[in-house]
Design a protein around this ligand. Sequence first.
Ligand SMILES: *Cc1c(COP(=O)(O)O)cnc(C)c1O
Length: 393
Amino acid sequence: MEKRFNGNFTQQEPIPEEGIDAALAVLRSGRLHRYNTVDGEVGETALLEQEFAEMVGAKYCLAVASGGYAIATALRAVGVLSGDTVLSNAFTLAPVPGAIFSVGAVPIYVGVTRDLTIDLDDLKSKLPQARFLLLSHMRGHICDMDRLMDMCREASVTVIEDCAHTMGASFRSVPSGRHGAVACYSTQTYKHANSGEGGLLVSDDPEIAARAVLMSGSYMMHGRHIAAPPPEVFERLKYVTPNISGRMDNLRAAILRPQLRDLPERIERWNVLYHAMEHALANAPQVVVPKRPQDEAYVGSSFQFLLPDFSSDAISGFIKRCENRGVELKWFGEPEPKGFTSRYDSWQFTSIERMPETDDVLRGLIDMRLPLTFSKRDCELIAEIICQELNAR
Ligand SMILES: *Cc1c(COP(=O)(O)O)cnc(C)c1O
């Protein structure tokens, strides 16, 4: 009989018991709002910020309501104004162009390479058109950050990093998010730490950090932050920075703190799953797995491969057959995207120019999540089913 995979691609692990206990303590206290503290108490949200800043080696950190909110806040904090152009990835998730749109700015999309990183040659040619780059490390693939930063520095382009898929990753030992002026992370359920919804923003720039704190809705209680700039920075900015509320609360911070502590161990387990997939697909002649540079330390929380020689019809049939056997694949080249959008041509709220090379990469791009509830054996079974169905066409 044909083997079938019975796992669930969207099932994450439970919240660590320590996080559940901390959440119950917050609930029992009734002090869920981050600024609702008693004398001498440092709230869970402030502690989370301090611990995350330390983890990535940033001076300042702010926890907020979502990854998308963190990005929009970062754009505002670096000075993006209505009508400004912002360079960004043609291949990323919808909240990225959405954040650009939300501040009234205009995205200019940059193509993707076969290794699934931003096309640095395309970027170079477009740098003169903008003062900002919102760089998304989509699906955890990190480009040559040294080359990118050199190019951007030379062109006086400020870099904002979207690290939704690179929390815990690094490039040449520099943690992802520590190259640009400011970086944003998501703690939404499907990312590397799970608080349902949530986001984190880090920066070494006191003005950017203070503006972000004020905008997130600090009600003049920035003194209760322990990973924020000193009071004099807030003095300069507090009456000229609007409040655009989007704070994190203590309940979510409480369940995130133990998850951050466990992150290195979780990354190891993710990479065991990733390597199992990579190994099992290495001998499938139709499959191209993106090369990952030596300089990149990644988090294999999802897996991508290309089927460059398949027609769209052949891919469509392959996806269907895998689905029938319990293997849920995403196809970024699907003519009608399902559920979420990741392709620039799905974002027609601003004008777009066709990018044939990017279209060509995305047309054959397949993706799957690798939740930590999967075992290595699960990945081997998934790969076995994929290989059989590739040959069944
Ligand atoms: C998830 C995600 C975000 C942020 O999403 P939220 O759901 O707002 O937390 C940003 N960029 C990418 C690439 C993402 O996948």
